[in-house]
Structure formats: structure tokens, C-alpha cells
Design a binder for this molecule. Structure first.
Ligand code: FAD
Ligand code: FES
Length: 275
């Protein structure tokens, strides 16, 4: 009974005003606003953000604070995200959520691997875990130095030398993809768990490496989402709906959807297309 009342509250769209807008890189801005429901979110959960007269889009929660403030980091990729990027402090947006499950909070040796805006839920997770884990190494990937985000925050949270940045053009850190330093890292050091979020092909590579080294893994998946409450089926992967059963999937569930994970997804018409 309690759970269904909670779900109804989460699914009702609340309007709120933008409190702060911060430019993280040329394509990404962080938006902060107040929302009582989403301020209770756990790392990995997402919300649906409505841009009046434009669209409603799913976004990972970057931060949820005790004072009711919530933050999301948004990359400009199309109509809705472009409209959101043009919004200023004081303008109105709508919020539903939080939705979905979250990463497991565990005191163990953890390796985080992020690509692009996939850093958002993992930074939130790192904030919760940093003081609790025995070991935390964060590998983040971006195309260029300009696109790397939240390095200072991560440097403050992780011990020295435990933040590894990679760039595809070699303009900062290790040259290559986020997966480039992993083989060496996994051979040299011991981890109990890998948490990953980013482009699905990257996460598939991380999953294959975790399988090879016998390490537990949790990955946050992205699919097209409309309802966010398990009704429309647009986010389906195998027998799962990413909005209700995920977005965080552990290695056991990922093995069940191995044929699709990192390979295919559904488009707006429900057709299977490559990821
Ligand atoms: C659980 C989840 C968490 C996400 N977290 C973040 C985040 O923290 N930051 C961030 O910048 N983006 C995040 N996204 C992706 C974000 O939802 C899309 O970039 C956004 O919906 C694109 O809208 P648009 O109108 O600007 O682009 P469009 O013109 O609609 O499309 C541009 C691209 O975005 C993809 N896309 C479009 N609509 C959706 C949708 N409803 N769901 C997923 N992908 C879509 C399309 O496949 C296309 O490649 C997340 C998606 C999911 C499912
Ligand atoms: S978004 Fe509708 S079922 Fe998941």
C-alpha cells in the first residue's frame, strides 16, 4: 500500500523553478531546482523533466540534497535538450520521479567507469560511497579535454591517483577510450565491483572485461522512454523494461539480455536498430 502511494506521488508532474544553471562544457549544462520527491532519490535513479511546450525527457539524477535541491547534467543533442539549454534561472520546468532502481551501496573495492554524461549518476554514487569504501578508482572518458567534466569534484572525493581521465584525441590524461586503461588496471589491482554508465558499446566492453576477470558489475542503461512507469514498452530490453526493472542492471540480468546489450535498441516506432 505504502509503495503504491509513493509511486502515485512520484508520477505526478510538479512544476518548479530553475535555481541555478552552470556550464560544464560547451555541450553540457547543470540545472539545479527544488523538488521534495527527487531530493530523496538514490544514485542511479532518474527523473522525467518537462520543458513546457516542447517535450518531456529522462535524465539521471546528478545530486539530491537534504535541503530539497536536485541537480541534473544535460547534454544538448536535439530539440528538447536545446530548449532546456536556453532556459534561465527562474524559468518553470516540470518534474516527475524519481523513477527506477539504484546502484548497490556496498563497502568494497569499487571501480567506476563513465563515458560522457554517464558520469552524472556515478558522481552521485561516489559522493555516497567515498567515505565508506575501502577503495574507489574512477575512470572517466571523453572525446577531448574540453568535454571532461567534474574532475575537481572527483579529485576531492577520491584519494590521490585514483581518478583516471581518458580522452580520444589524447589532449588530457590517457589517450584512448575509457576502456583503454581497464585491462592493465584489472590485471594489476583487485576490485570486488564495477559500476558503469555511458555509451552502451563502452558498457558492453566493460561488461566483457568484468566477465573475463570474474568481477561483479552494475550498469545503468539508456533506452527511449515515454511513460517511465512500465506501461508503454518503448524502453524494453529482452524481457525487461528499463524504466521499471532498471535503469541499473547487474551482471546476472545483463547476461540474460546479452544478445541486445551493446548491440541493439528500439527506435520511436518500436523497430530494432543498432545502439
Ligand atoms: C534513464 C536515462 C537517463 C538519462 N540521463 C541523461 C543525463 O543525465 N544527461 C543527458 O544529457 N542525457 C541523459 N539521457 C538521454 C536524454 O534523455 C536524451 O538525450 C534526450 O531525451 C534527448 O532529447 P532531445 O529532444 O534533445 O533529442 P532528440 O532529437 O529526440 O534525439 C537526439 C538523440 O537522443 C536520443 N533520445 C531521444 N529521446 C530520448 C529519450 N526519451 N530517451 C533516451 N534517449 C533519447 C535519440 O536516440 C537521439 O540519439 C538519459 C536517458 C535515459 C533513458
Ligand atoms: S518508458 Fe514506458 S515502459 Fe518504460
Amino acid at each position: 500500500m505504502k509503495l503504491s502511494v509513493y509511486r502515485i506521488a512520484a508520477n505526478q508532474c510538479r512544476t518548479t523553478c530553475i535555481l541555478d544553471v552552470k556550464t560544464e562544457n560547451p555541450a553540457v549544462k547543470t540545472f539545479t531546482f527544488k523538488d521534495k520527491e527527487c531530493a530523496k532519490a538514490e544514485p542511479g535513479q532518474f527523473l522525467m523533466l518537462w520543458i513546457p511546450k516542447v517535450d518531456e525527457i529522462p535524465l539521471s539524477i546528478l545530486d539530491a540534497r537534504k535541503n530539497g535541491e536536485v541537480a541534473v547534467a544535460v547534454k544538448k543533442v536535439g530539440e528538447a535538450t536545446e530548449a532546456l539549454h536556453s532556459k534561465k534561472v527562474g524559468e518553470v520546468i516540470g518534474i516527475r520521479g524519481p523513477f527506477g532502481n539504484s546502484f548497490t551501496i556496498k563497502n568494497c573495492r569499487i571501480l567506476m567507469v563513465s563515458g560522457g554524461t554517464g558520469i552524472a549518476p556515478l558522481l552521485f554514487l561516489t559522493k555516497k560511497l567515498a567515505s565508506k569504501t575501502t577503495k574507489l578508482v574512477f575512470v572517466m572518458g571523453a572525446k577531448t579535454k574540453e568535454e571532461l567534466m567534474f574532475i575537481d569534484e572527483l579529485d576531492e572525493l577520491c584519494s590521490e591517483g585514483n581518478v583516471v581521465a581518458t580522452t580520444e584525441d589524447g589532449s588530457y590524461g590517457v589517450k584512448g577510450l575509457a576502456t583503454t586503461p581497464l585491462e592493465t588496471l584489472l590485471t594489476k589491482e583487485r576490485f570486488d565491483m564495477i559500476c558503469t554508465c555511458g555509451p552502451e558499446q563502452m558498457m558492453r566492453k566493460v561488461f566483457d572485461l568484468a566477465e573475463k576477470h570474474g568481477i561483479a558489475l552494475e550498469a545503468s542503461l539508456e533506452r527511449l522512454m515515454r511513460c517511465a512507469i512500465g506501461l508503454c514498452g518503448s524502453c524494453v530490453v529482452g524481457k525487461y523494461r528499463v524504466c521499471r526493472d532498471g535503469p541499473v542492471f547487474n551482471d546476472v540480468r545483463l547476461r540474460e539480455v546479452k544478445a541486445e546489450f551493446g548491440k541493439s535498441k528500439r527506435d520511436f516506432d518500436g523497430r530494432k536498430i543498432p545502439v
